[in-house]
Write a new protein. Structure first.
Ligand code: DGL
Length: 269
């Protein structure tokens, strides 16, 4: 009954890594749908179907709690899966809320009405599907007023990262930041709204300049998971974990080892 961490590919490892550091006694099961990544260029129905399929596979591998460590999947599938009803004892959580609570200076679960917050100009970098969903803006509007969000759909970045082409990823990051800054010359904060992007966080920060506060999800999601497990100790991960992929385990293991700088061995899902 490990805690499941799901992503379309390698990006969720940024969340897993932070969660493993924050919760060293918890067992995690990572699942990357690398064979079908990127999700961010697919339509919402497609992302929903693929996410549902992967989550069912994770449940059958023994996870009770699955974190969608993928913004694209969180935007297209989380609410729909929850509304359709989950099997008894199974839970699915997403990655938007901890980030938006940090941006809007809220404690976990503070559901008071939206209010003015410090930050007024926010740059959002995400996949085309996440940007099209407007899910960030919707979650933000529940918590804050008067925040101007400029979104940049970062086509190509996830593919380049999945291919391990860091030179191309860096060039794409620079060009997406340029495009964003033509629309919003002085963002105060930038949201890395795709779990692949923290792998390029230094490049985002360098292109944005040091005055822009960059928010990424790893530590924020890990902290919120720790809080959740404290309130729901029965959902804490124990037993068998591991790394599963729908892609080529050798190739995915090599990339994961390169990104996390420690030996990671995937097996076929
Ligand atoms: N890591 C996923 C996310 O957070 C990437 C989606 C994709 O596969 O395009 O959105």
């Amino acid at each position: 009954m490990a805690v499941g961490i799901f992503d379309s590919g390698l990006g969720g490892l940024t969340v897993l890594n932070a969660a493993q550091k924050r919760l060293p006694d918890v067992t995690f099961l990572y699942y990357g749908d690398n064979a079908r990544a990127p999700y961010g260029v697919r339509d919402a129905e497609d992302v929903y179907q693929l996410t549902k399929q992967a989550v069912h596979d994770m449940w059958s591998k023994g996870c009770d709690l699955v974190i969608l460590a993928c913004n694209t999947a969180s935007a297209a599938a989380l609410r729909r899966m929850q509304e359709e009803g989950l099997p008894k004892g199974k839970r699915v959580l997403g990655v938007f809320v901890p980030l938006i609570e940090a941006l809007t200076e809220r404690q976990w679960g503070d559901n008071s009405p939206p209010r003015e917050v410090e930050v007024k100009h926010v740059a959002l970098f995400a996949t085309p599907a996440t940007v099209a969903s407007r899910a960030f803006q919707r979650e933000l509007a529940f918590r804050a007023i008067g925040v101007d969000v400029e979104a940049q759909a970062c086509g190509g970045v996830v593919d380049a990262i999945e291919d391990g082409d860091m030179i191309l990823s860096e060039a794409l990051v620079r060009s997406h930041v340029d495009a964003l800054m033509r629309k919003m010359p002085k963002p105060q904060a930038a949201i890395l709204g795709c779990t692949h992007y923290p792998l390029m966080e230094k490049e985002f920060q360098a292109a944005l300049g040091e005055n822009v506060k960059v928010f990424s999800q790893g530590n924020l999601v890990a902290e919120s998971l720790a809080d959740y497990l404290e309130r729901h100790p029965d959902m804490a991960g124990t037993g068998e974990g591991g790394y599963f992929t729908t892609g080529d385990p050798k190739r995915v293991s090599d990339r994961a080892t390169q990104f996390l700088r420690r030996e990671i061995t995937f097996q076929a899902a």
